[in-house]
Design a protein around this ligand. Structure first.
Ligand code: GDP
Length: 484
């Protein structure tokens, strides 16, 4: 990837990396990237993490906190002038006071937390500055485009669009594509229509019934302020000859815009955000993929491999050694584990571990250490054993969101119910092959229900406590050594 970014830019970045490195010696800073595709749970995760740091939540496995070495944590002014601040206060109010999930955002945002702690090694008092960078996973999946030419991208995207359930979803776009002549003259209307049909295909793939994840270019689904600009008005073309695009052709027009997309969208993200991260957590809504079936699971694995490919270090020149992504720990976290009974949390984790191993192989990834966890940043359910005839079944209880429906029942957002989420297979291999949905423990199938955030109790210091599952394990992996 480094080879595609011009030398001057590399040198500038290397200079900045050195500057940040120098500053880091006096004022240790960790830049933690939090990413995941839309709806994976980024906003909830960051809100819960910051709340626990500020108020000393119950996190037994997060050693610096549980051993009492963290004296206090406080929010500091956001350091990057051009990046919106993560709106922690509004989000935490929504969760704890209003018992509703916070609004998720579809752009990058940042929050700075200063953590005063006592070093376990020297016994000295120190401060670690934690910069949390929240960004859409869709942007991460764009990074491989930097190393891909337009003709290669066209061929890859078309091949993928003919596979599995995608073929049907792509049929309108394919039909239009067949009417286009790549070597013919450039044509704005043709480009517009191709981009529109291609975007509709991407949107259909993302629908929860298919839950496809590998859908670059990311801004086609989340255009923000670039909606309608030429950099977003292109699509793959059927290119029969490998010859370069001739001037004035539709091929040349599409190629120019594809390159503009990289310049306007992908490179700035790489430079300003991605290349500066030290640690990364990738949140994955694996349950959504299970609900959609093996094609979605396979697709998710492809997305993880693409993500790992982005973390791979570049050429081993001096410039790229300074410039390459400096991330040394990556955590893949399956979110919303509170939808499953605890006996299934290990299974969920094993599944993610298996998928990550395969993705590591596919992406030929080495470098940063990679770990997995199944977690719920905010636990919305409790566990209970419920009698069914002579059997006792493991159930989870929670309050479905107002308006959630099940058959003819509609929930009011106040009534608590017991749900039988079913079991994941013990052998994760089943999830990649013949998986037909969670094994149901009961006829009533509540697993698609979304629950309200939990009722919170005031903790020892007066602030409400937010229950979680394994959030402490995630923090220990991501930050434990930096607070040692
Ligand atoms: P983002 O788009 O990645 O920022 O996702 P959000 O953090 O906004 O989460 C999307 C939705 O997933 C929320 O509105 C909740 O309904 C659900 N969710 C996220 N985290 C959890 C969790 O820990 N437990 C439960 N039960 N639901 C969650």
């Amino acid at each position: 990837m480094a080879s595609l970014i011009n030398i001057a830019e590399e040198i500038r970045l290397a200079g900045r990396a050195l500057g940040e490195f120098g500053a880091g010696l006096f004022n240790p800073t960790v830049r933690l990237g939090v990413t995941g595709l839309s709806g994976a749970g980024k906003t909830v995760f960051i809100t819960a993490l910051v709340h626990h740091l500020l108020h000393g939540g119950r996190l037994p496995v997060f050693e610096p906190l549980s051993s009492g070495r963290i004296a206090r944590a406080r929010l500091e002014p956001q350091p990057d002038d051009a990046v919106p601040r993560f709106d922690y206060e509004t989000h935490v109010r929504a969760l704890t006071e209003e018992r509703r999930w916070p609004e998720s955002t579809s752009r990058v945002s940042e929050l700075r937390v200063a953590i005063d702690y006592q070093s376990a090694r020297s016994g000295r008092d120190r401060t670690l500055t934690l910069d949390i960078v929240d960004y859409p996973g869709e942007w991460l999946l764009d990074l491989p485009l930097l190393a891909t030419s337009y003709s290669q991208w066209s061929a890859d995207t078309l091949r993928l669009s003919h596979s599995g359930p995608r073929a049907l979803l792509a049929s309108r776009w394919h039909k239009h594509l067949a009417t286009l002549n790549a070597v013919g003259p450039e044509n704005e209307q043709a480009a517009l229509q191709a981009a529109q049909l291609f975007t509709e295909y991407l949107k259909a793939c993302r629908d929860e019934r298919y839950a496809m994840r590998l859908l670059p270019p990311g801004r086609f689904l989340m255009p923000g302020d670039l909606a309608g600009s030429p950099a977003l008005t292109f699509a793959p073309l059927e290119l029969s000859t490998p010859a370069p695009a001739s001037a004035g052709s539709l091929h040349a027009m599409m190629e120019r815009r594809y390159e503009a997309y990289k310049d306007v969208v992908v490179r700035p993200f790489y430079r300003e955000h991605f290349a500066r991260l030290d640690r990364q957590i990738v949140l994955v809504d694996a349950l959504a993929a299970f609900n959609a079936g093996p094609d979605a699971v396979k697709d998710l694995e492809g997305a993880l491999a693409a993500i790992l490919g982005s973390f791979r270090t570049g050429r081993s020149t001096i410039a790229s050694a300074l410039f390459r992504p400096r991330i040394d720990r990556i955590l893949f976290a399956a979110t919303k584990a509170d939808h499953l009974h605890h006996s299934n949390h290990d299974r969920l984790e094993r599944f993610l571990a298996r998928m990550t191993e395969r993705a590591v192989e596919r992406a030929k990834f080495s470098g940063a250490s990679v770990d997995v966890v199944a977690l719920a940043a905010v636990r919305a359910t409790h566990e209970a054993m419920v009698a069914r005839g002579r059997d006792k079944l493991a159930a989870i209880t929670g309050t479905p969101l107002a308006g959630e429906r099940l058959g003819s029942d509609s929930f009011d957002g106040e009534t608590e119910i017991a749900a039988f989420p079913g079991d994941l297979p013990d052998d994760p291999a089943v999830l990649f092959k013949n998986f037909t949905g969670l094994t149901k423990a009961d006829e009533t199938d509540y697993r698609f229900l979304r629950f309200r955030p939990p009722r919170t109790e005031p903790g020892p210091a007066g602030a409400p406590t937010l229950p979680h599952i394994r959030l402490d394990r995630a923090l220990q992996f991501l930050l434990g050594d930096r607070l040692a």
